[in-house]
Design a binder for this molecule. Structure first.
Ligand SMILES: Cc1ncc(C[n+]2csc(CCOP(=O)(O)OP(=O)(O)O)c2C)c(N)n1
Length: 378
């Protein structure tokens, strides 16, 4: 027996524990049916995802793209079944159980790695390690930029990221995280899946960076928690939300938590667990349901988590509706990705007649907003 497969340690919230088990079961069963994929990461990070999605993340499956939603980015995209399980259970209409059953099949929404556009709720295409971290710095920067231009009543959301050891080994992570620290993008919160395992075995084979010191050097706030302990997870998120810097939460986890012999080993990284191991995991986790069956009470709990965001979204829509017409239409233009009306004529207007662009505005924006005008250099 592998010690790491012992029952979840206290203090674990029984309801959250049940909900996290549903994520673990979907991941191991979908990978098994596909005979391909990564069950380990979803099983290791299921509790962190459950706390985040049930208590903190602002999202609405009925309006997946409302502009001021929180962003969730799965940088360790090989663990895509974690995201698909979350989207399914919280009620995104296009992430049906049929899609989960067709994980990694041609034409399904549940591609091997998350792909933006294939299913609603996928914010960024990830898979190349480090890419999600790079995007997250850009998205957190965009959030602060838009908030500076349009005000906190219209733009005020967090960017949450899951990443693994592999993401932190990639060079792009240094560039992106350094910029985020420099700019004090304090609404960026990264959860590191600190499971000490990578594709070839223990991470000690390839890396001995002190990640906490590294992030401190980037100008981040850092925290270390037990990634199976719901209270520690929630407390760390609260601390991160209150920080004046971007935050790293190093989460000690166990890859393939619950699997009797493969938990805590690289064998669970990129292969199906196998029928015997899954049977043992069901027993250890106390999950007696057949593959792809979620009991009604657990499904209901997840649906309630998915319904939390509707009122927040509606309140935001009312604020947008109450905003001055020019501010509202400029905001919506940018959200749609449309160019400004002056765009075609602007290149023909001599720079001397246009004046200098304001310091914090996009160079495409020739009509500075209130806040940007204030920042215009004299
Ligand atoms: C840039 C890049 N190089 C290599 C890979 C192949 N790859 C996928 S997952 C992985 C290992 C990731 O290890 P870790 O982040 O520790 O994930 P865990 O084993 O904890 O799930 C590798 C090398 C990749 N996806 N992207």
């Amino acid at each position: 027996m592998n010690d790491s497969a012992a029952p979840l340690p206290p203090p674990a919230n029984p309801k959250l524990r049940r909900m996290a088990k549903a994520l673990r079961a979907l991941a191991m069963d979908a990978v098994e049916l596909a005979k391909s994929g990564h069950p380990g990461m979803p099983m290791g990070m299921a509790d962190i995802a459950t706390v985040l999605f049930t208590q903190f993340l602002r999202f609405d499956p009925q309006a997946p793209d409302w502009p001021d939603r929180d962003r969730f980015i799965l940088s360790n995209g090989h663990g895509s079944m974690l995201l698909y399980g979350l989207l399914h259970l919280t009620g995104y209409p296009d992430m049906t159980m049929d899609e989960i059953r067709h994980f990694r099949q041609v034409g399904s929404r549940t591609a091997g790695h998350p792909e933006r556009g294939l299913a609603s709720g996928i914010e960024v295409t990830t898979g190349p390690l480090g890419q999600g971290l790079g995007n997250s710095a850009g998205m957190a920067l965009a959030e602060r930029h838009l908030a500076a231009e349009f005000g906190d009543d219209l733009v005020d959301h967090h960017t949450y990221v899951f990443c693994g050891d592999g993401c932190l080994m990639e060079g792009i992570s240094h560039e992106a995280l350094g910029l985020a620290g420099h700019l004090r993008l304090n609404k960026l919160i990264v959860f590191w899946d600190d499971n000490a395992i990578s594709i070839d075995g223990p991470t000690s084979l390839a890396v001995s960076d002190d990640q906490l010191e590294r992030f401190r050097a980037h100008g981040w706030a850092v925290d270390r928690i037990d990634g199976l302990n719901h209270d520690e997870i929630a407390d760390a998120i609260r601390r991160a939300q209150a920080s004046d810097r971007p935050s790293l939460i190093a989460c000690r986890t166990i890859i393939a938590y619950g699997a009797p012999t493969k938990a805590g080993t690289a064998a669970a990284h990129g292969n199906p667990l196998g029928a015997e191991e899954i049977k043992g995991a069901r027993e250890r986790l106390g999950w007696e349901y057949p593959p792809f069956v979620i009991p009604d009470d657990i499904r209901q709990e997840w649906r309630e988590a998915g319904a939390r965001g509707a009122a927040v979204r509606q309140a935001w829509e009312q604020r947008l509706a109450a905003a001055a017409a020019e501010r509202r239409s400029e905001f919506l233009r940018r959200q749609k990705g449309e160019l400004p009306a002056e765009f075609d004529s602007a290149p023909r207007t001599p720079k001397s007649q246009r004046g200098r662009p304001p310091a914090v505005c996009s160079t495409l924006s020739f009509r500075p907003s209130r806040n940007c005008s204030a920042a215009r250099p004299t």
